[in-house]
Design a protein around this ligand. Structure first.
Ligand code: FEO
Ligand code: CA
Ligand code: CA
Length: 657
């Protein structure tokens, strides 16, 4: 979800996710570009030679040609051209096939999809909406048979349901045609899915009636574990113990652990709450810091737990990392509060050289932080079950990027530094529930919307996607966030000393500032040999394949914003070609690309096409009746459907090799 896109789910109703810190109305990326160049020219790709030649000297152009000629690229494929069309495109020599679509049956006996006769009861057994994170967990170590763990982040009712009309500019208008049954369908379309998948005769399929098949929804019972479990701020009238909660919300990216579990991360949970806290309520400052209530959905009109006036503590029970054992469909998902409460993008981890598990996490909002969690215990790789509760104990830290290129991890530990009762932190429970305020007091660096953060096990370098921040002013730039009005985002590289991910001090560098590097005023730093299709903006998810190569998926490119649909790009990180990016896959219009996930053998790549048709060529929101694409069915009268796509090489080889 691009929370900065005024037409996306997030900001259609209000800008509460900005917490009032920086309330100005900044121009969109399209407006910024249009101020300099004619947008239609840009879309037709004829910004072209004159403008580019004016911004690049002959030496730079020659260097670009030379680099292209002497390419020692680690990726081998022919780029796909810039695409603003209704269908997906993948690099030549590769095959992209739809594996499962919103509404397809997941549980045994689930009915087939009918967009004109959907019900909550059907949806609870079918594939959910807006697939985001994908984790592949091998069965018996296989790269051709495993479980896919998939998040369903959010719902677009204007694309899901007939007759709702376009997204309106006020909450009241947007909710006018909602009904309790439609809200319940939305709740059942959230959460996650576990699928058993298998490659046979060169093609992947979902195993029907698998014993692993599972749907998790906004109502699945979950356990709260770790420092905040049972705390009075976690108790509600439905759960006086503060240890049981129904469902997970807005699960964006995630992670998979070496002990075979799935980490699913709650991101923009504030959007599900509405109502008003009682005057002078002690949670008022906490809720404000997280933008609660966001009012994106009207579920609170039908269920009192989503109304902060009725249940002031319910919002404290969301915003966590949820650990799920996908190999046991009866297992209770656990909200691991030791990892902190914020708008988690993902939770990608790595086994440290000393055996402890280290998880990197971005808090996806403008001016928020990058966090790290280091377990107290070592991972027992020989006995996966021994790690069952390893994430309940450890140290959560937040990053401070120093101008000299060093990075300090500041521990969020109760009693240390300012995290004391004098500042309202009476225990570690308060610290994790209000992780953002704790990080504020420690002096963490305010970043340009941290999305995925992933460690490369080959090089030990850690990559953080900073998607954009149009609200950063010139007097707010710092070394790690160097661009004011950062419309295209950038990627930071964090380097642990001697590969020690638990060290207190790292080094950092900027891998690339995104945007059209051929236009000097954009200030992008892609390698000069990067092509017209090769540059991108708004990095969001990333993946590191078995060869240690970095792949970047985007959220926020569109015909209007950057003259291209979102997609997947390869990125060189080492040597002379560092910063060279190439266009591998393009989404259908209106979609963002999520989840890129490789099988261990590198021969299969799973991607999630999220919210196809959400925005048209002009930047207007699509509707059920009038979407800019009906991908993937292209069936008259049917809406577009978020889907998982599986990419293989036609010759069966390693992707992009
Ligand atoms: Fe849900 Fe940060 O993207
Ligand atoms: Ca995003
Ligand atoms: Ca994301």
């Amino acid at each position: 979800m691009d929370v900065t896109n005024p037409r996306s789910r997030a900001q259609a109703f209000d800008a509460s996710e900005d917490i009032g810190r920086n309330p100005s109305d900044n121009p969109t990326i399209g407006e910024v570009i249009a101020a300099r160049f004619n947008r239609r020219d840009l879309m037709r790709g004829i910004l072209g030679t004159t403008a580019i030649a004016a911004t690049l000297g002959p030496l730079a152009l020659a260097a670009g040609r030379q680099a292209r000629a002497a390419s020692t690229a680690s990726f081998v494929f022919e780029e796909v051209p810039v695409n603003v069309g209704p269908d997906m495109m993948v690099a030549k020599g590769h095959r992209a096939q739809v594996l499962i679509r919103w509404g397809d049956p997941v549980l045994a006996g689930a009915p087939p999809f009918d967009p004109y006769a959907q019900s909550a009861e059907k949806q609870a057994r079918q594939f959910g909406y807006n697939n985001d994170y994908i984790g592949y967990l091998p069965i018996d170590g296989s790269s051709e048979h495993g479980l896919l763990c998939i998040n369903h982040e959010y719902t677009n009712e204007e694309l899901m349901f007939p007759g709702l009309g376009g997204r309106q500019d006020t909450k009241e208008a947007g909710f006018a045609k909602m009904t309790p049954e439609l809200a319940r369908i939305e709740m059942m379309a959230h959460g996650g899915t576990v699928l058993e998948v298998k490659k046979e005769g060169g093609s992947w399929r979902v195993i029907e009636g698998s014993r692993y098949a599972r749907r998790i929804t906004a109502e699945t019972p979950m356990e709260i574990t770790g420092p905040a479990a049972g705390h009075e701020r976690m108790r509600t009238s439905a759960d006086p113990t503060g240890t049981r909660v129904l469902g997970m919300l807005n699960n964006c990216a995630g992670g998979r652990t070496p002990w075979g579990t799935w980490l699913s991360c709650e991101e923009n949970f504030h959007g599900y709450f509405r109502g008003k806290l009682p005057e002078g309520h002690p949670e008022a400052a906490n809720h404000k810091r997280y933008g609660v209530p966001g009012g994106w959905y009207n579920w609170g009109a039908y269920e009192s737990r989503f109304d902060v006036g009725a249940e002031p503590n319910e919002a404290n029970r969301f915003g966590w990392v949820v650990e799920i054992d996908p190999f046991d469909p009866t297992s209770t998902p656990k909200k691991r509060t030791a990892l902190g409460r914020f708008k988690h993008e993902g939770a990608a981890g790595i086994v440290n050289k000393d055996g402890r598990y280290v998880i990197y996490q971005g808090d996806d909002e403008r001016f928020e932080y990058i966090y790290r969690f280091v377990t107290e215990a070592k991972v027992d790789l020989a006995n996966p079950k021994a790690n069952a509760d390893i994430l309940d104990r450890g140290t959560l830290s937040v990053a401070r990027f120093n101008p000299d290129g060093s990075l300090d991890w500041l521990p969020l530990v109760h009693g240390h530094g300012p995290l004391t009762e004098a500042n309202g932190f009476r225990s570690q429970a308060d610290v994790v529930i209000e992780a953002r305020r704790a990080a504020d007091l420690l002096g963490a660096t305010k970043m340009d919307r941290p999305e995925d953060v992933e460690a490369n096990p080959k090089t030990q370098k850690v990559y953080a996607m900073l998607t954009n921040n149009t609200r950063r002013k010139a007097d707010q730039v710092d070394a790690a966030n160097p661009r004011p009005e950062n419309v295209f985002g950038h990627i930071i590289e964090m380097i642990p000393p001697d590969g020690d991910h638990a060290a207190d001090r790292f080094r950092w560098d900027i891998l690339v500032r995104c945007g059209d590097h051929r236009v000097a005023s954009v200030g992008a730093t892609f390698h000069a040999a990067t092509s017209e299709a090769g540059w991108f903006g708004m990095p969001d998810n990333c993946a590191i394949d078995s060869a240690g190569r970095l792949w970047i998926a985007t959220d926020g490119n569109s015909p209007k914003a950057s003259g291209r649909n979102d997609g997947l790009w390869s990125m060189e990180t080492e040597g002379e070609l560092r910063g060279l990016s190439r266009h591998f896959f393009s989404c259908p219009i209106g979609a963002e690309l999520c989840g890129p996930e490789f099988t261990p053998d590198g021969r299969t790549l799973f991607v999630a096409i999220q919210h196809p048709g959400e925005e048209d060529l002009e930047g207007n929101s699509g509707t059920f009746e009038n979407p800019p694409t009906r991908w993937p069915d292209f069936k008259e009268g049917w809406p577009p459907r978020p889907s998982i796509v599986v990419i293989t090489k036609e010759d069966g080889g390693v992707i992009a090799s």
